[in-house]
Design a protein around this ligand. Structure first.
Ligand code: SAM
Length: 487
């Protein structure tokens, strides 16, 4: 097997897509991942990184396009780091996403023969995002660039005048901020020099309600300048419900957890999913594809198998959206959410929608469920929808403590899902199926709903084996204090 070196030029056939959107080829048996390539392509690439068992390469030229290659409709591909799969036919991206989940379950989870269903396609491949975060940076001439980071660059921004993943209203809101910044000569923030003023523009939208919430993030000292944005924003966007100003005085490029002031209107907007009206605070997490969220939640309800008699735990509940959309088919719903603003949204959303058999606990899933165990009802169904990092060991133990007969796992990351799934299977749950849903067309991200069912016989066997191992361990361990309890 010939190991390529950095800067080698290779001609390769692309077999498939790897997780992350890179094309996979074999060069004399050696695996090469390449950017901007599609299954079936014959390409010339230059090696950027060479490791012992694999290499990464950049596309130089497509020698012969494969059947899965399409012309990206966006002029910013490939400079913009946002979309990685616009050059691949939609059906091929869906199959790649399905294969990634199956492959991760097998390689990382060591779970064989799991039914991974074909991906539910998105209703729209463009204009679907209800949240966009634009970055500001100076160009080489010092002028404002407002858009997305250039691929692979933390300090450079590609100026965007129309993002195809954003809505028309979302694009227009960004342009109003740009015009304001240009007119007032507000300098963009330069990350290298740590100078300048305008840092980010966050546009959030209720797709069903049309409501628009815009947050402008600046360095300190822009208070008088941002007040000047109120007039043009209100004039250009009749659907604007709130204009916010957040101040970032640090080096990190965050838009979260910053001191924020309402310049005009309110600090939240409304969205409607499956007939439930949801208030969303500027900082609260919400699925970024509203059109597909109702479908995702329908898949969750299907996997939960609710008949009106069950107590449902909605863990990692955000603004309560999953729990509230399934509440009509449950006896009681208990949400758990770590972010106080989102938990407050969940409580307010339950009240506003007249859902009475609902309560939300604020705190870490790994702690709250144990701390309040005595006052909590027995779980029939647990739904978990963790962030990309998946469930911590402690959160997995808390879910197992609840002993739900059915566990529904909503995953946005196949690798952490596979790792977590293996632990639930080891503890006595059967993974019945995985239903992927495409919430993120043109990107490699994939969402999936998995149904696990508790097998009481296997759970008892696992527990008996664990007890036997613990007592054997106690028999061989010298006398001393007990091990620390599981927190
Ligand atoms: C992927 S979002 C899911 C939200 C919601 N289910 C939805 O569909 O919009 C994950 C949520 O978990 C919350 N979260 C993160 N870590 C947590 C933890 N350790 N305990 C409780 N909630 C957590 C986040 O604040 C976020 O709202």
């Amino acid at each position: 097997m010939a190991r390529p070196q950095r800067d080698d030029e290779l001609e390769l056939d692309v077999d498939s897509l790897a997780f992350g959107g890179l094309g996979v080829s074999r060069n004399d048996g050696f695996v090469v991942f390449s950017t901007d390539t599609a299954p079936g392509d014959r390409v010339r690439v230059r090696v950027r990184k060479a490791r012992r068992r694999w290499a990464e390469a950049d596309l130089i030229e497509v020698v012969a396009p494969g059947p899965a290659r399409v012309v990206p409709p966006c002029p910013y591909v490939p400079a913009c780091g946002g979309c990685r799969l616009q050059h691949v036919a939609y059906a091929a991206t869906l199959e790649a996403k399905r294969a990634h989940i199956a492959d991760h379950l097998q390689r990382i989870g060591h779970l064989e023969g799991i039914e991974v269903r074909s991906v539910d396609p998105a209703v729209a491949q463009f204009g679907y995002r209800n949240k966009m975060e634009y970055s500001a940076a100076p160009g080489t001439d010092g002028a404002l660039r407002l858009g997305f980071h250039r691929r692979g660059r933390w300090d450079e921004v590609v100026d965007i005048d129309a993002c195809l993943l954003a809505t028309a209203a979302g694009n227009a809101a960004r342009e109003t901020v740009r015009a304001w910044a240009q007119e007032l000569g507000i300098p963009p923030y330069d990350q290298r020099a740590q100078t300048g003023m305008l840092r980010h523009v966050v546009v959030r939208e209720g797709i069903a309600t049309g409501e628009l919430l815009v947050t402008v993030v600046t360095a300190p000292g822009a208070e008088a300048l941002v007040d000047e944005l109120i007039g043009p924003m209100c004039a250009a966007h009749p659907n604007l419900v709130g204009l916010l100003h957040a101040v970032n005085d640090g080096v990190s490029e965050t838009t979260q957890g910053l001191p924020t002031r309402v310049l005009w209107g309110r600090d939240h907007f409304f969205e409607e999913i499956l007939g439930v009206r949801l208030a969303l605070s500027s900082q609260s997490f919400f699925q970024t594809n509203s059109q597909m969220t109702g479908h995702l939640y329908t898949r969750v309800a299907e996997a939960a198998g609710l008949d009106g008699s069950q107590v449902v735990y909605d863990l990692f509940c955000g603004v309560g959206s999953i729990g509230l959309t399934v509440a009509a088919h449950a006896r009681e719903v208990i949400g758990v959410e770590i972010m106080p603003e989102a938990a407050a949204d969940a409580a307010r959303n339950a009240a506003a929608n007249g859902v009475t058999r609902y309560r939300v606990l604020t705190g870490d899933v790994g702690r709250v469920v144990r701390e309040q165990r005595e006052s909590l009802p027995t779980a029939d169904v647990a739904i978990v929808d963790p962030p990309r990092g998946g469930l911590s060991g402690r959160a997995i133990r808390r879910v197992l403590d609840l002993e739900p007969a059915v566990l529904v796992y909503v995953s946005c990351h196949p690798a952490t899902f596979a790792e977590n799934a293996a632990k639930f299977v080891l503890a006595g749950y059967d993974l019945e199926y995985v239903q992927p849903v495409d919430m993120f067309p043109n990107t490699p991200h994939v969402e999936a709903v998995a149904r696990f069912v508790r097998d009481p016989t296997r759970v008892a066997e696992v527990r008996a084996a664990a007890d036997a191992a613990a007592s054997a361990d106690r028999g061989t361990r010298p006398a001393g204090p007990p091990p620390p309890s599981d927190q």
